[in-house]
Design a binder for this molecule. Structure first.
Ligand code: SF4
Length: 327
């Protein structure tokens, strides 16, 4: 039995690819990547992918991508798509890891649920070939949904896989995939699978701004998902919770050197001041915190700066707040 690594994203396309390969008698080990930019959240994404492979009784390996992935996002050799999504480099990065996993597990090739022409940046024929070459997997990546539109791969030439049973899907339409799902009895699928926040304009703008200020740790990236963000003149950042849930998360993400602020006596947000760089920073952060609180009087409110004591601050002027806001 020929063994192959199947890349699973949790969406219908990758489920169909799994089904087609299973029907061809391939021994499959599924592989999925969790990136710091998975949406809606990593836990939900992992659960979804695991439930799919469980249904097919396929073992799965989950790899969480970290600092080296972020480094690639900062400096992609092939540039970005519409926002901060370096899809070509991202695919190469993942496929290199898949190649290593393939070798470690005695598998002979990799397959994916990619459909030619579905994504403008990374799924045109020329780009698929380029990605294969850069991942050093030439001839060893089978795309069962579009295989008949592509050059025969090693698994097809070697007769491990019957080319005639593969498909020739192309483009962004999902009509054929929906028909196939019905035919195979696949229900409760979702798409797009594990949406990538790098394609979200607002998140991409925040991330770009963070990179420009040297904020690129996993912690910095995590923080981008919560609250309102402000850059103070000193260069440090203030994050303000938008609701109870975010207040809790932001509080939990505070690190040594960070300051947590809350208005005393009025409902309001948890406010996080990343490492202060100027003596005015706590005061400014406090005035932002007051602006988003229920403090409705003239003058100044008491603001608790955790571990440091109380400062007094009035709400920051709206025009000044907008100067600091990271869009
Ligand atoms: S959309 Fe995101 S996860 Fe998908 S290839 Fe592009 S950068 Fe990578």
């Amino acid at each position: 039995m020929v063994k192959a690594v199947g890349l699973v994203s949790g969406g219908l396309d990758s489920i169909l690819a799994l089904k087609i390969m299973l029907d061809q008698g391939i021994d499959i080990i599924a592989l999925t990547f969790i990136t710091p930019f998975c949406s809606p959240n990593k836990k939900e994404f992992e659960q979804r992918v695991r439930s799919i492979t469980k249904k097919f009784s396929i073992p799965i390996k989950v790899i969480s991508l970290g600092e080296d992935y972020i480094e690639m996002i900062r400096n992609p050799a092939h540039g970005y798509g519409k926002h901060l999504n370096p899809c070509i480099d991202c695919r190469v990065f993942m496929l290199k890891k898949a190649k290593q996993f393939m070798k470690e597990n005695g598998a002979s090739f990799v397959f994916t649920g990619e459909v030619m022409g579905q994504r403008p940046m990374s799924q045109r024929k020329a780009q698929l070939q380029l990605i294969e070459k850069e991942a050093d997997l030439e001839g060893l990546i089978l795309r069962p949904l579009s295989a008949k539109l592509l050059e025969p791969t090693t698994p097809e030439k070697e007769g491990w896989v019957r080319r005639e049973s593969l498909l020739s899907l192309e483009g962004r339409q999902r009509t054929e995939q929906i028909k196939l799902a019905e035919k195979f009895g696949i229900k409760n699928y979702s798409w797009p699978a594990g949406g990538c926040k790098l394609t979200d304009p607002q998140f991409a703008a925040r991330l770009k701004e963070a990179f420009e200020h040297g904020e690129e740790s996993m912690h910095d990236i995590k923080l981008l998902n919560y609250g309102r963000h402000f850059r103070l003149p000193s260069g440090t950042k203030v994050v303000v919770g938008r609701n109870e849930e975010e207040n809790k998360v932001i509080s939990g993400l505070a690190q040594e050197n960070n300051l947590l602020l809350e208005v005393i006596g009025f409902a309001g947000p948890t406010t996080l001041l990343l490492s202060p760089k100027d003596k005015k920073d706590p005061e400014l952060a406090a005035s932002i915190c007051v602006r988003y609180s229920d403090f409705d009087k003239r003058g100044e409110a008491d603001v608790m700066v955790k571990g440091k004591g109380v400062v007094r601050a009035g709400p920051i002027a709206p025009w000044r707040l907008e100067e600091f806001r990271i869009s």
